[in-house]
Design a protein around this ligand. Structure first.
Ligand SMILES: C[S@@+](CC[C@H](N)C(=O)[O-])C[C@H]1O[C@@H](n2cnc3c(N)ncnc32)[C@H](O)[C@@H]1O
Length: 303
């Protein structure tokens, strides 16, 4: 078993990993800033809150990456002034260029989630997507979110791996690994040069992904940080199995030789299954079995 890394080493690995990822992050993860992306982000926020969102005058995003959540919420008219933070300067560089492309103005600041350089009671919304599982001291970060929230303000975090869902995701990954040679033959693609991009990614992901959560743990950590009306829900099951299978397959092939038709099939198929999960499974099955967890809560006081 590799020796446990210190919190500082985990933060450093996160910065380096995401700085390198920044240039190709949006294409790798199919991040969209048009109608599709806006609809996805709105659906997630609506699901987390359990109601239609209202407009927030000032928002702070934690681990904003290239801007998936904030830029789409701004385009939807739900945020007034936006501040985006991330531990990776590279990710914030890509975010600024995405914002310019969309004609949006966003303040960015390199910051660790556990030490936010903002005054108390500043933001009506503190949000994030796929970031909590990277933070070494999550209770400390949650106390920071509560501190900078304005009285009555809301937190919304989505896209956090559930412990059980993460284990289940190992099945499609192993399946895809086993059928990869036959799949490459079928689509006419050669193997990736050297160790697959997937191998390197997986090794680094083991360092930067420090948590997978049980819903109760998230709930209790948020309450311990002083938040009220905390809710934790789950989303995406079939969509994630499909997504992990395809991503694992693609990582074994020369990216130049993966046909456009295949990429379209993988992308559209993922969207269809997301919708199927939403209509048939979410809300009926326990949060713990879904791949992604979402959490919301409010700061005490009147908005
Ligand atoms: C999986 S990416 C998600 C990016 C973006 N939120 C999205 O959904 O596309 C995680 C992001 O969290 C950032 N991050 C990791 N550890 C962090 C920390 N301790 N404080 C702030 N940001 C962090 C990374 O640099 C990266 O941009």
């Amino acid at each position: 078993m590799p020796p446990a890394l210190s919190a500082e080493q985990i933060r450093d690995a996160n910065t380096r990993y995401h700085d390198v990822a920044a240039g190709h992050y949006d294409s790798k993860w199919g991040i969209d800033f048009g109608e599709v992306g806006r609809a996805q982000v709105l659906a997630k926020v609506r699901k987390a809150l359990g109601r239609e969102p209202s407009r927030w005058p000032r928002s702070l995003e934690i681990g904003s990456g290239t801007g998936y959540f904030t830029l789409n919420l701004m385009s939807a008219g739900l945020i007034g002034e936006a501040t985006c933070t991330d531990i990776s300067p590279g990710m914030l560089g890509t975010l600024q260029s995405n914002a310019r492309g969309l004609g949006l103005e966003v303040a960015t600041e390199v910051a660790d989630a556990e030490r936010l350089p903002f005054e108390d009671n500043t933001f009506e919304l503190v949000l994030g997507h796929a970031v909590l599982h990277h933070i070494p001291d999550l209770p400390r970060a949650l106390r920071e979110f509560e501190r900078v929230l304005a009285p009555g303000g809301t937190i919304v975090f989505a896209g956090e791996p559930s412990r059980y869902g993460d284990r289940l995701a190992g099945v499609p990954k192993r399946f895809a690994g086993a059928i990869a040679p036959a799949w490459r033959l079928a689509i006419g693609a050669g193997a990736a040069a050297g160790p697959g991009e997937g191998d390197a990614d997986e090794a680094l992901e083991r360092v930067v992904d420090v948590h997978a959560f049980a819903p109760r743990e998230l709930l209790e950590a948020a309450r311990a940080a002083g938040l009220r009306e905390v809710r934790v829900g789950g989303e995406e099951l079939l969509a994630n199995w499909f997504g992990w299978t395809n991503r694992t397959l693609e990582a074994t092939a020369d990216p130049e030789q993966v046909p456009w038709m295949w990429r379209q099939y993988a992308y559209r198929g993922y969207l269809v299954l997301q919708e199927l999960d939403r209509r048939l499974l979410e809300g009926r099955l326990p949060a713990a079995i879904f791949y992604n967890l979402m959490i919301t809560g409010r700061k005490r006081g009147r908005a």
